[in-house]
Design a protein around this ligand. Structure first.
Ligand code: HEM
Length: 329
């Protein structure tokens, strides 16, 4: 793609300096307040400042859902290195569908000024990398083999709707995924490599590798400055911020669904869960609780386990009955 806005300084080996528009000085965001925002003004009243830059506003607005995403059980286990091949494969298949849809919608809107400044296919787009990963994890016939879960379908459905009917909200989805991949995603890559014992060549993890971005930090700065330069009405800005929260929630729903699937599969428990199951199984073996009969009556397990005692009691009963008979005569 030969758009003049391409910022080659963020690519490996790039020599040109940043465009004047992108050389933003990121001062104290609190000093630039959104119109109508009061802060102090000698009244003694302190109102929370709404950051004027879209990038700051997005970060602030998604702080809570970001924490929620980090704390989703699947993600918590992942961060502890408790990720199995099955869980990882399922997560990657979902991401394949999500990025295929996201990037198709981006292509549809790449010339629309509501998205054009954020169009960085060579640096960011993940579909080709995910196709490599799919072939690694699911084999050459991966297209027929990969699952397409309900939560993934919901996420894809929202991306299609946005791309076709509300392209001004596409920035929210691109922000949530690409800036996330360039941040926490890099930590997750290292964890997966170790936990799944993957080759250091990066096979199976192409998704996490951005060969055309030399410095993730610098690229994120550039991306934020492009987001901040997008022209939008306050109403659109409000909807973009809401959509970013929706994007996070769609991701959280993916993780929850995934965890549910893994929990239902006893062969795919994380080590701590397996230990728990084993413990429950062994304690069940020594459980003194009476076993229920099919009719629901407790079986006297003690007697059933002591035929001699049962025999002696039966004999005693017979002897007593005979003795009573003699007595009445
Ligand atoms: C275990 C899960 C996760 C971890 C450990 C994690 C970690 C991080 C870290 C360390 C940062 C950098 C924060 C900073 O520079 O101030 C970050 C930023 C970010 N993360 Fe995550 N993250 C996780 C999950 C997610 C998910 C599920 C999403 C959304 C799909 C996401 C989206 C983002 C975004 C958009 C940013 C950039 C925030 C900004 O600078 O505006 N993260 N994450």
């Amino acid at each position: 793609m030969d758009r003049p806005l391409r910022d080659r300084q963020v690519r490996r080996g790039g020599t040109r300096g940043p465009r004047a528009r992108d050389r933003v000085v990121r001062g104290d965001p609190g000093r630039r307040l959104a119109p109508g925002t009061a802060r102090g003004r000698g009244t003694g009243r302190r109102t929370r400042a709404v950051p004027q830059d879209l990038s700051e506003a997005l970060k602030e607005a998604t702080k809570e859902v970001h924490t929620q995403a980090e704390n989703a059980e699947f993600m918590r286990n992942f961060q502890k290195g408790q990720v199995t091949r099955k869980g990882f494969k399922l997560a990657m298949a979902s991401l394949y569908h999500v990025y295929a849809a996201l990037e198709e919608e981006i292509e549809r809107n790449k010339d629309d000024p509501v998205y054009a400044p954020l169009y960085f296919p060579e640096e960011l787009h993940r579909r080709a990398a995910l196709e490599q990963d799919m072939a690694f994890w699911y084999g050459p016939r991966w297209q027929e083999a990969i699952p397409y879960s309900p939560a993934t379908q919901r996420y894809v459905g929202r991306l299609r709707q946005v791309g076709r009917s509300e392209p001004e909200l596409l920035v929210a989805h691109a922000y949530a995924r690409y800036l996330g991949d360039l941040s926490g995603g890099q930590v997750l890559k290292k964890i997966a490599q170790k936990a799944l014992d993957l080759p250091s060549s990066g096979e199976g993890l192409a998704f996490f590798t951005f060969p055309n971005i030399a410095s993730a930090t610098k690229f994120k700065q550039l991306y934020r400055s492009r987001m901040n330069a997008l022209e939008m009405t306050p109403e659109v800005r409000r909807r973009v911020i809401e959509e970013a929260k929706t994007a996070f929630l769609l991701n959280i729903q993916l993780f929850e669904e995934l965890q549910e699937q893994l929990t239902q599969d006893p062969e795919d428990q994380s080590p701590s869960q397996t230990a728990g199951l084993r413990h429950r199984a062994s304690s069940r073996a020594q459980d003194p609780t009476p076993v229920e009969t099919p009719r629901g009556k407790p079986l006297l397990g003690g007697l059933s386990r002591a035929p001699l005692l049962r025999w002696v009691l039966t004999l005693g009963f017979v002897v007593a009955t005979v003795a009573m008979g003699f007595y009445t005569l």
